[in-house]
Design a protein around this ligand. Sequence first.
Ligand code: UD1
Ligand code: CA
Length: 464
Amino acid sequence: MEKTTAVILAAGEGKRMQSALPKVLHPICGYPMISYVISAVKGICSDIVVVVGHQGEKIRQLVGNRVRYVEQKEQLGTAHAVLQAVPLLPAEGNVLVLCGDTPLLTAEAIGNMADRHSQAGAAATVLTAHVPDPYGYGRIVRDEKGGVAGIVEEKDATAGERKITEINTGTYVFDIRSLKEVIDEVGCSNVQGEYYLTDCIAILQQKGLPVAAEVLEDYTLALGVNDRMQLARVQSLMQQRINNSLMEAGVTLVDPQTSYIDAGVRIGRDTVVMPNTIIRGRTVVGENCIIGPNSELVDCRVGSNSVFRHSVANSSEIGDGVAVGPFAHLRSGTVLEKDVKVGGFVEIKKTRVGSKTKIAHLSYIGDAQLGSGINMGGGTIVVNYDGKRKNLTTIHDNAFIGCNCNLVAPVTVGKGAYVAAGSTVTEDVPAGSLTIARARQVNKEGRAARYLENNNSKNMNRKE
Ligand code: UD1
Ligand code: CA
């Protein structure tokens, strides 16, 4: 079906979602729902037309120019939506019609339906499924011979028809000439007062044109999203699919139920994802890492043989052999080179950290450039903000910064310098220098007892 056009219906608001966001843009595992439908047909169809209406601008912006658009100004029903796309269709051949709210459909399932259509020489082929709970879907009405007689919507169905468990997935192939012949004949005398695309099937059948059906083996592929409960279910099934393919590719997910990994994420072999871990966006993780438990990585690059535990990172690069956490926060623009260690309660932002540097405990490092082999003592803070501007800090290779130092930016610490614990560094430190920037200690020998005595009597006076 090389030259087939696909029409994806996405003009509806999705009222049952109760949302400011159009339904087809709701994200599932990191991508808008409709983008899964587009990906599934891309291999089969060279031309994709999306019918937009409600907040169409937003959809155009997010989906971009990999598809063509046509507007349905008023949402009068699915047949009316397809009608808007008819002028864009070639004179003959086939057109695939899909809904933007069935993201689990696979290219394979769509391909099977297209093959069935060709083999049957049908005027229309509908993709159906037998579901345990058919509520809300259009039901497939079969004739005595088992052929498709028509589709009846939930709201228009009789009690008997509602018992039918074979449903319309909302996915079809039409012969374009046949579609054009009948689409104008669709009326709107039904409970919803809408022009139903599903009515085309009965009209074609009544005209004696062949209608075929392809039944999905796995009904879950057909699950549509109309409300938030269905969104949660579809999200969870999509997550399972992603997790299974990661495991097939050699990634260990210790608890797949609590591994939330977006569709765009790549993870190398023998990496272990521990429980309660969220890996989102375009994150790429190398081989043989341990990620989690209780961690979140968003749009990060992680090398191989690294460990990232109980921590959060956003738009950061983590090299090979790096250890992060527990309880670290890497904010946007953090780059950790090979073998860096970042320990507990450390926050880093917009900073490059050279190889083998250690920032082991309780630090904030922002807008800085750190060389390699540096030891940042516990509690060290880069004072990058003066209330107006963010200033830069540079620390050269092999410097040693003692515990609890403040490095007041802009400031540079030279190669191999040693800054004593508790220093507040406000001037550049030359390479190799020992810098002590704190008040001198005073020892008053033998004065401890007298000092305590004085203090106690003061306190007693206060009570009286
Ligand atoms: C539709 C089918 C139903 C099928 C189900 C599968 C009809 C009448 N019903 O029902 O048989 O079982 O899908 O999930 O077709 N849309 C437009 N313009 C409109 C109306 C809808 O573009 O005027 C779009 C929506 O944005 C949505 C899709 O068409 O992406 C389906 O519409 P929806 O209202 O969700 O139809 P269902 O009630 O689910
Ligand atoms: Ca729907």
